[in-house]
Design a protein around this ligand. Structure first.
Ligand SMILES: Nc1ncnc2c1ncn2[C@@H]1O[C@H](COP(=O)(O)OP(=O)(O)OP(=O)(O)O)[C@@H](O)[C@H]1O
Ligand SMILES: [Mg+2]
Length: 472
C-alpha cells in the first residue's frame, strides 16, 4: 500500500479531508470527506461550531480507516485570527466567537489609545482589520475581564484541534502572525505589546514553525480509530498553505480566492514602510520565514451570502451563467466597506449602496452577481497598482488559486481589466500546501522548491488571456 498523508483544510464556508500520495513523482489527491462550515448565532453572538467541526474531522479519519487508508500523518489548517481560551482544566472558557461578530466594533481605536497605530504596524507588519485577534482579545479585556483572568492557555483554532488530537499545546507560527501580536522581525510573541495592553503573556504557547512534528494521537483516539499517525504542523493559516501551491512566484501576483480574496506576492523580508501602512498591506508569516505581502479583500463571501439570501436556489455555477445574460449593467460597490462584513441581507445592502451612490440598482440575480464580480475586479486592480508601485516593477502574471478559480467569468474579467495573463488553479491549493509541508517534515520532499515543481507538474492550471481590443 502506498504511503498516504491527510490534509484537513477548513475554510470559512467549507471543510474537507483530502488524502494524498506520491505516484511517479506526482501528487495524487483523494477527497475523503467534505462538510459545510459557517457562522451560527449563539447567545447573541456569531460563533463557530468547533465541536461539530472536530466531530467532522474524526468522521473523515474513520472514513479513511474504512477505506483501508492509514495515513502516515495528518495536518490541519483553518481560517486565521480566531482562537480558544482554555481554563485551568483545559476546557474552553467561552463560545467560539467568530471574527465577524460585532464585539470588536470600536476596539481598534481603544487599542490605539495604548499603542500608536504606526508602532503596531512597524513591529508586527500586519494589516489593520477590526477583527484581528488583538482587537478580539482587547474587547474581552474591556467587556469580560474575568474571562481573561481565568484563561490559562491561548490556542488558535488549528492549535486547539491539534491539542484535541495530541494533548499537546503549541502555537503555530503562520497563524500566530495573524493575531497582530507577533513581532515581524524576532518572529516571537511581542511581549512589549502584550504588556502595554495588559494581556497576560503566560497564556501564549511556544511558537512552532510549519513542518514541526507535534506528536502522535492520544491513546483514546488511537483506540477509537484503530491506528496512530503523526500530527504535523503545516502552515496552519490556510492562506499560508495555499500560497505554497503557487508554482512560479517570481513574475506572479497571486489571488487566493475563496471566502476572502487575498492578493499579493511572496517576499523574503517584511515591508513595514509608511506606504504599505497607508495602503494597508499585511506581511503575514509564511513557511521558511517567507512573508506574504498581501491585501485582504472582502472576496467571494459576498456571493456566498447572496446565494444564501436566494435560499440556495442557484448554485455558484448558475449564478455565473446568469451574469452572462446581463447586458450593459455596470454599477459597482466598494467591496471593502465594512457594511459588507456581516449585513442582515447582502442583496439589500448592495442595492442600498447603489441607490445611495446614484447608480443603477441591481434587481435580477445576474445583475447582483455581476455587480459583485465587477466590484471585486476593481478592488483587485487597485491592489495590483499599489503592489506594483511599492515594488517599482510590473508583474506579468496573476495566479488565481482556491475554489474561486473555478469562476471562469471572473478569471476573464481579471485578465481583461488588468491586461495580464491569468492562470487559474490549483483549486485545492490549500490542502496541497498542507500536504507538501507534511512531506517536507517527513523528508519525502526536500524543500519548497521541489514541492512547487511537483505541484506544477501534478495539477491542471487554465490560462486566460486579455481579450484583444479590435479597432476598426
Ligand atoms: N463551480 C463553481 N463556479 C464558480 N465559483 C465557484 C464554483 N465552486 C466554488 N466556487 C467559488 O468558490 C468559493 C469557495 O472557495 P473555497 O472552497 O476555496 O472557500 P473556503 O475554503 O470555504 O473558504 P476560505 O476562503 O475561508 O478558505 C465559493 O464561495 C464560490 O464563489
Ligand atoms: Mg479555503
Amino acid at each position: 500500500m502506498k504511503k498516504c498523508y491527510l490534509a484537513v483544510d477548513i475554510g470559512a464556508s467549507s471543510g474537507r479531508l483530502i488524502a494524498s500520495h506520491l505516484e511517479d513523482g506526482l501528487l495524487k489527491l483523494n477527497e475523503i470527506h467534505r462538510f459545510k462550515n459557517g457562522i451560527v448565532q449563539k447567545d447573541n453572538q456569531f460563533c463557530w461550531e468547533l465541536d461539530r467541526l472536530f466531530a467532522e474531522i474524526k468522521k473523515g479519519i474513520k472514513k479513511c480507516r474504512d477505506m483501508d487508508l492509514k495515513p502516515e500523518s495528518i495536518g490541519i489548517d483553518t481560517w486565521a485570527v480566531d482562537f480558544v481560551l482554555l481554563d485551568e482544566y483545559d476546557n474552553p472558557l467561552t463560545n467560539s466567537v467568530a471574527y465577524r461578530d460585532s464585539r470588536t466594533d470600536g476596539m481598534m481605536e481603544e487599542v490605539f489609545k495604548s499603542i500608536m497605530k504606526e508602532r503596531l504596524y512597524f513591529e508586527t507588519g500586519i494589516q489593520f482589520q477590526k477583527f484581528n485577534t488583538i482587537y478580539q482579545l482587547y474587547s474581552i479585556k474591556q467587556k469580560n475581564p474575568e474571562i481573561l483572568e481565568k484563561a490559562k492557555s491561548f490556542l488558535m483554532i488549528p492549535d486547539y484541534f491539534n491539542y484535541l488530537l495530541t494533548g499537546k499545546k503549541a502555537n503555530e507560527y503562520t497563524n500566530a502572525t495573524s493575531t497582530q501580536l507577533v513581532n515581524a522581525f524576532t518572529k516571537k510573541w511581542d511581549h512589549e505589546i502584550l504588556d502595554q495592553l495588559e494581556i497576560n503573556k503566560e497564556i501564549f504557547q511556544e511558537i512552532h514553525t510549519p513542518k514541526t512534528v507535534l506528536g502522535n494521537l492520544t491513546e483514546n483516539l488511537i483506540a477509537e480509530f484503530g491506528f496512530d499517525m503523526k500530527v504535523i504542523l503545516p502552515a496552519t493559516h490556510d492562506t499560508g498553505s495555499a500560497v505554497i501551491s503557487v508554482p512560479e512566484l517570481e513574475e506572479t501576483i497571486y489571488i487566493s480566492s475563496g471566502t476572502w480574496s487575498l492578493i499579493g506576492v511572496e517576499n523574503h523580508f517584511p515591508i513595514c514602510i509608511t506606504k504599505a501602512l497607508d495602503y494597508n498591506f499585511t506581511n503575514e508569516g509564511g513557511i521558511d520565514y517567507r512573508y506574504r505581502f498581501l491585501k485582504n479583500i472582502m472576496g467571494l463571501w459576498m456571493i456566498q451570502e447572496v446565494k444564501r439570501n436566494y435560499h440556495d436556489h442557484y448554485s455558484f455555477a448558475e449564478l455565473v451563467d446568469l451574469v452572462r445574460q446581463v447586458q450593459g449593467f455596470t454599477s459597482t460597490v466598494n467591496v471593502d466597506d465594512p457594511r459588507f462584513l456581516k449585513p442582515e441581507n447582502m442583496i439589500e445592502e448592495i442595492q442600498s449602496y447603489c441607490q445611495e451612490t446614484n447608480q443603477a440598482v441591481p434587481y435580477t440575480p445576474g445583475e447582483v452577481a455581476k455587480c459583485i464580480f465587477d466590484s471585486l475586479v476593481c478592488s483587485y486592480q487597485q491592489a495590483i497598482t499599489e503592489i506594483e508601485e511599492i515594488f517599482e516593477r510590473n508583474f506579468e502574471k496573476i495566479n488565481v488559486i482556491g475554489g474561486g478559480c473555478q469562476n471562469k467569468m471572473l478569471n476573464q474579467f481579471i485578465a481583461d481589466a488588468t491586461k495580464k495573463e491569468v492562470y487559474a488553479g490549483p483549486i485545492e491549493a490549500t490542502a496541497i500546501g498542507n500536504i507538501v509541508s507534511q512531506l517536507m517534515a517527513l523528508g519525502e520532499i526536500e524543500d519548497i522548491n521541489e514541492a512547487r515543481t511537483i505541484i506544477k507538474h501534478s495539477f491542471e492550471v487554465k490560462k486566460f488571456l486579455p481579450t484583444p481590443i479590435i479597432t476598426h
